[in-house]
Design a protein around this ligand. Structure first.
Ligand code: HEC
Length: 149
């Protein structure tokens, strides 16, 4: 099991890292849009982790959050158009130079959120925990390759 990963969850995604000084002045603000969309995913995703970490699994609440994550999971991707690597982005250039791998990571992430919702609907804590950390791993592995710190 991934029990040893429980603590790093809250630390790994810090919203405090998002206080950018540089403004996105481009039309449509694609960088700002995708960053906001990621933050919205995090706001749903993090409380699920907190629930599991604190041993306070509430099947109804968890399922509502998993459903909410499904509704937010498509938010960022349409804002990674060509020629959108500019400040204040935290994306690495590899998003565009290694687009096939980036897209693979995205598809794997999307699939894992389907599995998370199915697990949440089963209300089986063990299944929920495994599914949650699988999604978590997809967030992390993409950030490792494609996001600066
Ligand atoms: C396929 C790749 C990929 C996946 C999967 C992914 N991210 Fe990201 N994420 C990125 C990239 C790239 C950025 C940087 C965007 C930018 O600054 O332009 C980012 C940025 C962020 C940010 C910072 C936003 C800001 O304002 O700087 C947060 C928070 C975040 N992601 C949370 C998550 C969470 C939570 C998940 C999983 C539920 C996730 N991400 C899944 C690629 C990914």
């Amino acid at each position: 099991m991934h029990v040893s990963l429980f603590l790093p969850i809250a630390l790994a995604f810090s919203l405090s890292a998002c206080s950018d000084q540089v403004e996105d002045t481009r039309p449509g603000q694609p960088v700002k849009m995708r960053q906001t969309a990621f933050k919205e995913m995090l706001r749903v995703f993090e409380p699920m982790g907190t629930m599991l970490r604190d041993g306070k699994y509430d099947a109804g609440k968890f399922e509502a959050l998993a459903t909410d994550l499904i509704s937010k999971r498509h938010g960022p991707w349409g804002n990674f158009g060509p020629d959108t690597h500019y400040p204040p982005t935290k994306a690495r250039p590899e998003v565009w130079t290694n687009l096939a791998q980036f897209n693979e990571g995205k598809v794997a992430f999307l699939k894992s959120t389907d599995a998370l919702l199915a697990a949440a609907q089963s209300k089986d804590l063990k299944r929920v925990t495994t599914a949650y950390f699988t999604v978590y791993d997809h967030c992390q592995s993409c950030h490792k390759e494609f996001k600066t710190k």
